[in-house]
Design a protein around this ligand. Structure first.
Ligand SMILES: [Ca+2]
Ligand SMILES: [Ca+2]
Ligand SMILES: [Ca+2]
Ligand SMILES: [Ca+2]
Length: 133
């Protein structure tokens, strides 16, 4: 998998996905492809950085948003809604579906890649860098 694409999906979902406009538009969710706006949306306490709690909240939100049949697992088209190129990525137990735990674990791998100064927060610069790759 191309590193840029695999990296970007984490942020794409962080910002609620510009890649699945139809699915998200149907649910009335604003699409966000601008890293500055995306960062601001996830930074719920407005301190200029996305911490683990804020990121986790956002990822949970995205998971349940993508989980169209609300069964607690992402499969097929539901995975596609998260912008993933490789549906198998993150499927740690190989059952061909993504549980919330698997989704969050994978998301935090992306978080750590994006957190280039290792302060456990994503600055707007770090999010911009991720988008620019
Ligand atoms: Ca914050
Ligand atoms: Ca589902
Ligand atoms: Ca699984
Ligand atoms: Ca950081």
């Amino acid at each position: 998998m191309n590193r840029t694409r695999s990296f970007v999906w984490g942020f794409a979902i962080l910002v609620t996905l510009a890649w699945a406009p139809t699915a998200f538009a149907q649910e009335g969710r604003p699409l966000e492809s601008n890293p500055d706006v995306a960062h601001k949306q996830a930074d719920t306490n407005g301190n200029g950085a996305i911490d683990h709690a804020e990121y986790h909240r956002r990822m949970v939100e995205v998971f349940y948003f993508a989980d169209g049949d609300r069964d607690g697992y992402l499969v097929g088209i539901e995975i596609a809604r998260t912008g993933r190129e490789n549906p198998a990525a993150g499927d740690a137990n190989g059952d061909d579906r993504i549980s919330l735990k698997e989704f969050i674990d994978e998301a935090f791998d992306r978080f750590n890649v994006g957190d280039s100064n290792d302060d456990n927060e994503l600055s707007v610069e770090e999010v911009r860098a991720a988008y620019a790759e």
